[in-house]
Design a binder for this molecule. Sequence first.
Ligand code: M6R
Length: 626
Amino acid sequence: MGRPAPGTLTVMCGIVGYVGAKPALSVVIDGLRRLEYRGYDSAGVAVLADDKLATAKRAGKLANLEAALAERSWPESSVGLGHTRWATHGPPNDPNAHPHVDCTGSVAVVHNGIIENFAALRTWLEGRGHELTSETDTEVVAHLLEEELHEAGGLAEAMRRICARLEGAFTLVAVHSEDPETVVGARRNSPLVVGRGDGENFLASDVAAFIAHTRQAVELGQDQVVELYRDRIAVTDFHGSPAPAREYHVDWDASAAEKGGYEYFMLKEIAEQPRAVAETLLGRVGEDGTLTLDEMRLSDDELRDIDKIVIVACGTAYHAGLIAKYAIEHWCRIPCEVELASEFRYRDPILDRSTLVIAISQSGETLDTLMAVNYAREQRSRVLAICNVNGSTIPRASDAVLYTHAGPEVGVAATKTFLTQLVACNLVGLYLAQVRGTKYGDEVIAVIHQLAAMPEKVEQVLGTVAPVRALAGSLADAKCVLFLGRHVGYPVALEGALKLKELAYMHAEAFAAGELKHGPIALIEDGLPVVVVVPPKRGRGPLHEKIVSNIQEIRARGARTIVIAEEGDDSVVGYADTLIAVPQAPTLLQPLVSTVPLQVFACELALAKGHDVDRPRNLAKSVTVE
Ligand code: M6R
């Protein structure tokens, strides 16, 4: 097999490290189970015992590794690490699984990210007689550590030295049998967080891995190396100088990251949406009755200077941005562009100090979005992050942050975090309108009251989705589903189609209903399911009647129409093969209710096809490679 091009065998994965009195192997496996949403192409562990390194790794889900572990006895150990992998290219087989070891079998390393110069390093290592047995970029790290350990006098110093030679984004965690008391980690543009316990410490890609043991976390900065011992941690930069690290308390407990009686996380997370919306709204109105965003960190003067807003995001977060544009432009009268983060910096966008860039990211780790943030800051624009994960990379790279309070989202498909992103975008839009005076205080508060009514409406949707389940079951064999919407209903349609693609692996496409006659209507044929999101009748001018005409047009051509419209909207009854009624809501807030049946639809259709909705094929929760 030919050698892959640089960066083609990289991973965005889940990493766990442990030092303490508990059996390391079970702590690591338990942590990996909680991180499996990050990647499930392969899994592996390494533990240190009796000055020896023991490793195991297997392609496929964690269960395969657990079966392999059960086949032999394992030494008692209090130091270990583990990995779940998401491979971008190349076979997710046993040799490519992590950990990777050096030639002596004394160093084991796991990695998340891309070592961009790995091909050159590999050639250099092979020239020095190292035998590399996998196709990954990661393996060079094990051999580089082997080289440096001769001189460095310890794993941490060897790690610092090799990090200076690596290009790209990476989290690395390693153990060395001659340093039996420690696990060493390093990070650059890739997540790694420390869990500080009592007589034990943890390293992980995400606090979910150690939340059952401790809720004290330590944030690592860029280009830092951490040494983990039972009773202390030491953080330095890549040159060995002590580095500051912020400690914080994780404000949710282990049960939040467990299924709590649901068969899938996704089902639980859909059900949690009313609470997630309510929590994101909590405490936003100050004693003086005005909207207050404590974390905003941008002064009112800075916000008044803004003459353009650019929203950057990926996937579902991008759809939240598309919806936000309508509210922000309407309330604030500032031009607002929405751009896929992966395209943003490559088109030479026009940015300056008076541009506000809003980066929306559930995980706060999406590399495309992070790179867009870095680019915007280089152009001296101000950056506000909307994020769900405290202390993650994107908020830290931004000037300001507004956290959504959805709690941990484990299912790969974004659900509750989407709704909370919509709420957060509304709050930002209202805050700007308040500061810039484009809305009176009482108008701002009136919308806040409308938002405050949304959790109950979402709850109502959840209580009436049984017919959506039945509908999904009847469409399990459909080849394709189309989605139509207008105004904010268009991004809702996009989100509905994305959910169906990622969960049910079906062809699904969304169109702005007004575009139908410009081409897509040719797709309509007998029995084709078409989901139509209908805006409220009271809303924007003739929008409602136009979409009712669109429904008639597709029905006349044989489409099976599935219509989402608000309760009491009789005008669509005659044209809907299936009518899904959602509670009445203001036009700009309707996505908070109209998205929910689409999430349920995609989830149930995927379940009807026998898919794992928490871990759809080929996907991972945090996309930490470009
Ligand atoms: O963590 P982020 O919000 O930055 O993630 C962005 C996308 O990768 C994410 O929304 C993705 O599209 C979801 N799997 C969709 O359900």
